[in-house]
Design a protein around this ligand. Structure first.
Ligand SMILES: Cc1cc2nc3c(=O)[nH]c(=O)nc-3n(C[C@H](O)[C@H](O)[C@H](O)COP(=O)(O)O)c2cc1C
Length: 102
């Protein structure tokens, strides 16, 4: 059952494993780091969906130094890399015609 394909709205998932968000402390003062990309790359190899760690949406909500930030446009480039990493892993693990781009 958990290895069967899953679906959330239009998003088709290769299986039904979803990774819980877990704080990593791997950002560089809020920005996605190489270590952070490696971390999400490794986790996304097998599970269908990864929920990204607790991230601050406003600088006043920042809780600790290396918490991931989604508070400003300057973070977008790094965050894109994480989502591309996921997409790349995801594309590699499914057949060409069976899934829609997340
Ligand atoms: C080390 C650690 C880090 C966690 N980081 C986050 C987080 O960043 N965001 C979040 O919403 N939950 C976080 N959690 C909570 C987990 O995602 C999960 O909800 C919790 O461990 C309960 O899981 P369970 O229902 O399987 O027992 C964290 C849990 C642990 C143990």
């Amino acid at each position: 059952m958990v290895l069967n394909e899953g679906k959330i709205g239009n998003l088709k998932l290769k299986n039904r494993f979803v990774m819980l968000p877990t704080v990593t402390n791997l950002s560089n003062d809020g920005f996605v780091s190489e270590k952070g990309m490696d971390y999400y790359d490794r986790r996304s190899k097998d599970v269908a969906l990864v929920i990204v760690e607790a991230s601050y949406v406003n600088k006043f909500g920042k809780f600790f130094k290396n918490q991931l930030g989604i508070d400003d446009d300057d973070k977008i480039e790094g965050l894109k890399k994480i989502s591309r990493y996921h997409s790349w892993q995801w594309w590699k693990s499914c057949s060409a015609d069976c899934y829609a781009q997340p």
